[in-house]
Design a protein around this ligand. Sequence first.
Ligand SMILES: [Zn+2]
Length: 387
Amino acid sequence: MCLAEIRHQRSAQRCLQTALGGPRAPHAYIFHGPEGVGKEMLARAFARVLLCEHPAKRAPDSEEEASIAAGGLIIDACGKCEDCTLMSAGSHPDFHLIYRELIEFHPDPKVRGRKALDLGVDVIREFLIAAAGSRPLRGRAKVYVVREAERMNVAAQNALLKTLEEPPPDTYIVLVTSSAARLLPTTRSRAQMVPFGPLPPEFVCERLLASEYELTGAEAQFLATVSEGRLGPALESAADELHEVKKHLLSETATLEPGRAVSWAKGVEEAGNCLAEAMSAARSEASQTDLKRHALGQLLSALAYAFDDVLRLHLGPGELRAHADQEDLIREMSGRLDPDRAARAVRCLAEAEANLHRNVNVVLTLEGLGAELTDLLHSAPTGVEGR
Ligand SMILES: [Zn+2]
């Protein structure tokens, strides 16, 4: 993909155009921002320009391009040369993706036997530092893109400092991370920071509808909203069928009756287990406990969006943001919950979700939450209490 074809990341694009248009592009970059918003895709497109035999300068041809151009021009790969063709095919010999699991290909059998829990010094030394010392195979440059750079441990980051500071000629290093704060200050200070933001929900929705998952418009809108502009997680949730699991859970929650908090909590836990099971297919390295907490977190967040939709019906233009596929249910809930109680329900769900990540007792948290939601759904509107 060409650099300028990647949309909705203007700040990052502007940084890269400025770097490419300058007298000497920096050799080290940190692409940082939320997970699943196109950082690695943009890193590949950037590498394509750096490796292209005849990078082209042209006038911007849209308002978005004009806003990212440096010196009034867009610099991009030609798309025609052999380097561009090799990059498109994913087989350019001077493009190197560095990731944890490369440890399985380490020449030392002792190292190979270790688990790829973090991005360790052995992988960084062998596949980045040592490799960067050799000449490019096709002559123009070498590009190293480090996936999940925040998982480099301290030893790996320290080992990389010198290469970041003074890389061998024509060597470019892009550290990709969703958590730049976890990189050492010494690493951060040696690279050009390139910021990424969330994607517009309409764009995420469009891409979900074009995906293999056969979603309805309302389901795509739900996934786009709860993923908060992160296309990667939205597609994962589509694969896990989060939209299906939440439908049942929302019905159960809307019809919560007094005295039923414990069985509601059991239902939530079962829905979480079901979702965690779906998730484990694609994330075999994650522990069952982590997956379950993650799944429950997603479900509570989906429910929080339901009460947020109730609030929108009361206060806003009346359009549902997340749960348009269960509009009747949300309308029915809004008849029973005034804005104050809807806002309190959102807060309760957010607190319970935060507690899940603090290793508290899951069952007790869910039962407590069920009791609070029951109270909110069944008590008189604020201001009438106690009369
Ligand atoms: Zn080219």
